[in-house]
Design a protein around this ligand. Structure first.
Ligand code: UDX
Length: 431
């Protein structure tokens, strides 16, 4: 089938390559000519394990362009543009609206538009009204991929969600044929109305965010009473109703989805007059943001006045196996340390480029030195903060460097090994 994917960010670019991998002819459209050029050279514009290989392997069925006209012959159009956070906290719908407008001239009877962007509930119904006069149909098919696992999550998702309008049941067969190999493998596929499909996405992310903030709230309590939050998580996680996943306490969640999605959900619920139902997400957000200052508190407890200290910072990306620094707790910590007058020596295996660009804008570059290795970050430092749990950091041998204080912001180090090497170890919510 001939397919288009409009918006080639983390979601769209991987989706386009994934659709080519399962046998379709795909054109990916993006407004950024630099990104399009790189994708056409089978070069990933961001770090995502396995993505370069997927692009190269499917180059013959995959083309990227800045020209909407290049999607004219496609039957199915995936809408994967971003919905960034606007200053009010609501999702900014500019790109969704613009992409839909730009697509209209190429739609006709038989075309199917499949929305994948994370949107406020009610958006699909609004877009359906825009698209309807062309004779095309709309489906809503939220995406649940995780950065760092984007290829795997695209080719083998936990489930497929199809949102359709009443009377459009025949569309199920169209999307089934797009996802044929996944359907044949019996990936759970749930068909529902637009509003439910839109809600599935924000509800899933709200639940995950709540789970992380719950354990971080327990970390706050643990610090107060001398308990150990990792043991607590292990113990409650054995209850299969709770589960151990997403119970890692630390400096909290960041990235382009969880923080913005819970804020957008609160805004939308307020507009709908049901703000009370999700008011708790405000607490989830607050608990999460407090984690970022907790690291500075621990450093101040241990070292006193931060304006005189040099801190080695391992990690800038919001999570390992990604170069994404959007709403990254690690980068926030770097900037807060710089504002407190500390000198930061930071290293990340993949996010140095994006971090450099951001620091140039923030004007904090004088206080933050980006260095070339984990080892180099430690030179002349009074303490080490681990802010992203990259494998290379978890496996670093602390006995090979001179010991000082380590603040394990992700509770990811082997505490006993670090202590045995002479380091003073402070975890998050661990006595
Ligand atoms: C998330 C959802 O998981 C995914 O389904 C959705 O499609 C997009 O948003 P992603 O943003 O890639 O994916 O990252 P995720 O793995 O969910 O992690 C989000 C943040 O939570 C990271 O900063 C991570 O470090 C943090 N986290 C995760 C914790 O602090 N503790 C945990 O136990 C798990």
């Amino acid at each position: 089938m001939k397919i288009s994917v409009i918006g080639c960010g983390y979601l769209g670019a991987v989706h386009a390559a994934g659709m080519a991998e399962i046998g379709h002819d795909v054109v990916g459209i993006d407004v950024d000519p630099h990104k399009v050029e790189r994708l056409n050279r089978a070069e990933a514009p961001f770090f995502e394990p396995g993505f370069d290989e997927l692009l190269a392997k499917n180059a013959s069925r995959l083309h990227f362009s800045t020209e909407m006209a290049d999607l004219a012959s496609a039957q199915v159009h995936f809408l994967t543009v971003g919905t960034p956070q606007s200053p009010t906290g609501a999702a900014d719908m500019t790109y969704v609206n613009q992409a839909t407008e730009a697509l209209l001239p190429y739609l006709s009877e038989g075309s199917v538009v499949v929305g994948k962007s994370t949107v406020p509930v009610g958006t699909a119904e609004r877009l359906r009204a825009m698209i309807e006069p062309t004779g095309a149909k709309l489906m809503w098919n939220p995406e649940f991929l995780r950065e760092g696992f984007a290829v795997q999550d695209t080719l083998a998702p936990d489930r497929l969600v199809y949102g359709i309008s009443a009377g459009d049941e025949d569309l199920v067969e169209v999307l089934d044929s797009v996802y044929r190999p996944l359907i044949e493998r019996e990936t759970p596929r749930l068909v529902m109305d637009f509003a439910t499909a839109e809600l599935v996405k924000v509800a899933a992310n709200s639940f995950l965010a709540t789970k992380i903030s719950f354990i971080n709230a327990m970390a706050e309590i643990s610090d107060q009473v001398g308990a150990d939050v990792t043991m607590l998580a292990d113990a409650i996680g054995h209850d299969s109703r709770i589960g151990r996943k997403f119970l890692n306490a630390g400096i909290g969640f960041g990235g382009g989805c969880l923080p913005k999605d819970i804020r957008g959900f609160v805004q939308r619920a307020n507009e709908l007059g049901v703000g009370n139902a999700v008011a708790f997400l405000g607490d989830v957000d607050e608990i999460n943001m407090r984690r970022r200052t907790r690291v500075l508190d621990v450093l101040a407890e241990e070292l006193g006045d931060l304006s005189q200290v040099t801190v080695a910072l391992w990690g800038l990306a919001f999570k390992p196996d990604s170069d994404d620094i959007r709403d990254s707790p690690a980068l926030d910590i770097a900037e807060n340390l710089a504002r407190a007058g500390a000198h930061v020596r930071a290293y990340d295996p993949e996010a140095m480029g994006p971090a450099k660009a951001r620091l140039e804008q923030s004007g904090l570059g004088d206080h933050i030195t980006l260095v070339d290795s984990a080892q180099e970050a430690l030179d002349g430092s009074d303490a080490l903060v681990v802010a992203t749990e990259w494998k290379a950091f978890r496996e670093f041998d602390p006995a090979t460097v001179s010991a000082s204080l380590v603040v394990d912001g992700r509770n990811c180090l082997d505490r006993e090994t670090w202590k045995a090497a002479g380091w003073r170890y402070r975890g998050m919510g661990r006595k």
